[in-house]
Every structure is written in structure tokens, then in C-alpha cells.
Design a binder for this molecule. Structure first.
Ligand code: ATP
Ligand code: MG
Length: 235
């Protein structure tokens, strides 16, 4: 579904992604794990057209997407849930969700998808008229994910959905990621919470200072003592 081939991305002189290659197959949950500053968000921003690679290629459903504008990438079926959620605080929950569908014209289908989002996140239904800025961190994460789903993505990019959340909420969020995947959406999940991410992923890539250092099935990585010591906090 997605093939990233040897991309290099810079911020001015800072070489943030150094020849990164990875792939995501339809139906998978793939996780990208790495420490602060490794380049995880840079990769997602590049996939969604917010940054342009200096070299290398990105193929999505057999077509080149590198260089395309963010809107056309959303239209093609890639939705990005950014780090830090970025919900519109002064708008209600429902207004935020409706914004997620802003490129769509199929009113009936949009209504159906809104109902689906409320099914997936009953908490958002309870709070649909509430201003988003008054939601808890976990609820804002749900809203950000719900908003992305309103674009009807085939591939969902999630940037550290568990960041700053209490353990119980982290569990809830990961469970919902699994449900979204089981309902047919492919997921690329960026996380620092490596153990949780590996527990729901099919495959994983470990990125360090702009380079993919290790990749394999989630089960392989979870089983490796060396990887546990180096990357998974020795757990
Ligand atoms: N707007 C920017 N301008 C300059 N450098 C940047 C910018 N954004 C990120 N960087 C640098 O690029 C590198 C990769 O950053 P990135 O945000 O992709 O890391 P990350 O893996 O998402 O980290 P975190 O886990 O902290 O979110 C870092 O060295 C960072 O300092
Ligand atoms: Mg980041």
C-alpha cells in the first residue's frame, strides 16, 4: 500500500531523515518506534505532504505521492493525526468532527461516518456539544482520531497517540486503534511506548537519529533480548 524508498528530508541544514525506507501493506498495523528527535514526526509529516523530501520516493497505491499537496493526499486516503492532537479548542466536538470531512461532498455518507465515529467513541457522543478545549487529554486524542476517520482514510497515520495519557486511557486508545484496523483501515503508528505499540502491531521499524536501524515482525522484536535492552527499557 505504501512504499517509502530511501528518502532524505532536511530542515534547512538539519538532515532529519537519512535514507529512510519502509513499507506498509494493506491491512497491517505497522509501528515506527524511536526516541525523542529520531525523526518519527518528520516521516509522518513527509507522508502527508507537509514536508517535501529532497530525494527518494514515496509510492502509495502504486502512485507517486511525494511532492503532492496535503489536500490531494488526504483525498487519496491518507489521514494524519498529529502529535499533540491539535483539536480546535473553541469549536465543539461535533464541529471538529465535521471539519474532518471538509474535502468530502457525500453528505449522507458523512452522516453515516459521524455515527460510526460516535459508536467507536461513545464519550464523544456524550460530549458532542461541548467545546473541545474543555476535553481531557484522552478525549482530545479520541477527537483527533475521530476527525481523521471523518476523512474516510484507507491509511491512518497516528503520531504518539498515547503521549501524556494515564495508563487506563492508553489501553483504551490502543484498543480503539485495533478496532479501527479490524474495521479495514491500515495503520502506521508512531510511538515511544514501544511495548504497547508492539503488542498490537504486525511489524515494526526502529528509527534512530534519522535512520531505520532495525525492522521485523512485532513478535520477533518483542522476543529479542538485545532489542529489549537497547530499545524497550529492558522490560
Ligand atoms: N521545524 C523544525 N526545524 C528544525 N529542526 C527540526 C524541526 N522539526 C524537527 N526538527 C529536528 O528534526 C529531528 C527530528 O525531529 P522529529 O520531530 O521528527 O522527531 P520525533 O522522532 O518525532 O521526536 P519526538 O518523539 O520528540 O516527537 C530532530 O533533530 C529535531 O530537532
Ligand atoms: Mg514527534
Amino acid at each position: 500500500m505504501l512504499k517509502v524508498n530511501d528518502i532524505n528530508v532536511y530542515y534547512g541544514n538539519i538532515h532529519a531523515l537519512k535514507g529512510v525506507s519502509l513499507e506498509v501493506k494493506e491491512g497491517e498495523i505497522v509501528t515506527l518506534i524511536g526516541a525523542n528527535g529520531a525523526g518519527k514526526s518528520t516521516l509522518l509529516k513527509t507522508l502527508s505532504g507537509l514536508l517535501k523530501p529532497k530525494s527518494g520516493s514515496i509510492e502509495y497505491l502504486q502512485a507517486a505521492v511525494s511532492g503532492k499537496a496535503p489536500q490531494s493526499i488526504v483525498k487519496a486516503g491518507i489521514s494524519h493525526v498529529p502529535e499533540g492532537r491539535r483539536v480546535f479548542a473553541n469549536m465543539t466536538v461535533e464541529e471538529n468532527l465535521e471539519l474532518g470531512a471538509y474535502l468530502r461532498k457525500d453528505k449522507k455518507e458523512i452522516r453515516k461516518d459521524l455515527d460510526k465515529v460516535y459508536e467507536l467513541f461513545p464519550r464523544l457522543l456524550e460530549r458532542r456539544k461541548q467545546l473541545s478545549g474543555t476535553l481531557s487529554g484522552g478525549e482530545q486524542q479520541m477527537l483527533a482520531m475521530g476527525r481523521a476517520i471523518m476523512a474516510k482514510p484507507k491509511l491512518l497515520l497516528l503520531d504518539e497517540p498515547s503521549m501524556g495519557l494515564a495508563p487506563l486511557m492508553v489501553k483504551t486508545i490502543f484498543k480503539i486503534v485495533e478496532q479501527i484496523n479490524q474495521a479495514g483501515t491500515t495503520v502506521l503508528l508512531v510511538e515511544q511506548n514501544a511495548n504497547m505499540a508492539l503488542s498490537i502491531a504486525d511489524r515494526a521499524y526502529i528509527i534512530e537519529t534519522g535512520r531505520v536501524e532495525i525492522s521485523g515482525s512485532a513478535a520477533e522484536l518483542q522476543a529479542s533480548e538485545q532489542i529489549k535492552k537497547a530499545y524497550l527499557g529492558g522490560i
